[in-house]
Ligand binder design. Structure first.
Ligand code: BEZ
Length: 266
């Protein structure tokens, strides 16, 4: 299911881990009172609210109208807008663009990076975390093998995910003109909520594009087969642990270079 048709209630109720454990990323952003900050892919608004608490002047955008509707209900005093990360324009430039757990859903990273660059002030910063190379390796491999077994050809081709390496993503940022000042790829095993139902919830929420069009009982069989394959490695003491691997980056838009400074000093 494309993100703009997401079930915001299910997302908010069962997937709070998406915006929890974001502390280090906030430290990297270091939001200052009065700064204009864009929360790109704000979902149901929890991190937009955290930025507002830091006294930033914050706007949250998301491509999914259901998410923005829920965000507005959650935080009626904050500004939210439906906008596509590949095609948006800032009315006023931002001091920082912040994004958590979103960019792996967008298969056109260069369009996103271009919009972010254009939305920033000179010396503005882009601080993001999302799935990096090797993210959900075991979950994806299991989905692909189960789907192949039931006759789906090349299930990988259905993948909606973009998990770049540091080299690949830093190159895109530099090609756009950013200075990349920080990039790290790290394992972040992530406990899923709801005990035994955690993996099934995850697959239904985030892997729905692989299930769409299959009869309901086949969907259940696929999920059960995935659970069976993954249980020895990703299930511990009543909790499913997703094999997340995050890419975290900080990139700075260069400041305006003063023109003619040398001559004017003559
Ligand atoms: C992630 O947060 O890494 C992720 C979430 C859903 C699908 C794929 C990756």
């Amino acid at each position: 299911m494309p993100k703009n048709r997401w079930d915001a209630a299910l997302y908010q109720d069962k997937h709070a881990f998406v915006w929890q454990s974001v502390g280090d990323l906030f430290n990297l952003l270091s939001p200052q009172p009065g700064e204009r900050i864009l929360d790109l892919g704000c979902g149901t608004g929890q991190l937009t609210q955290a930025l507002a608490i830091a006294q930033a002047e914050v706007i949250g955008i998301d491509a999914a109208p259901t998410m923005i509707e829920q965000a507005r209900q959650n935080y009626p005093d904050l500004k939210f807008a439906v906008a596509d990360a590949r095609d948006f324009q800032a009315e006023q430039p931002f001091d920082a663009v912040f994004s958590n757990a979103v960019l792996h859903w967008i298969l056109e990273p260069d369009a996103v990076i271009r919009c972010i660059y254009d939305a920033l002030k000179p010396e503005g910063r882009f601080v993001a975390e999302f799935g990096g190379k090797g993210n959900i390796r075991a979950i994806a491999a299991s989905l692909y093998s189960v789907l192949s077994e039931i006759g789906c050809n090349s299930p990988e081709a259905l993948s909606p995910w973009y998990f770049p390496s540091i080299g690949e993503y830093a190159t895109l940022l530099e090609q756009q003109g950013f200075d990349v000042t920080y990039a790290v790829l790290f394992e972040r095993p992530t406990p899923l909520e709801d005990g035994d139902a955690g993996m099934a919830n995850w697959v239904r929420m985030f892997g729905s594009c692989f299930l769409d069009g299959l009869p309901a009982d086949t969907q259940t069989q696929v999920i059960q087969a995935v659970e069976h394959q993954l249980k020895p490695t990703l299930y511990r003491e009543g909790t499913w642990i997703a094999d997340y691997r995050r890419l975290r980056v900080v990139a700075i838009k260069p400041g305006n270079r003063e023109q003619g400074t040398e001559n004017s000093r003559l």
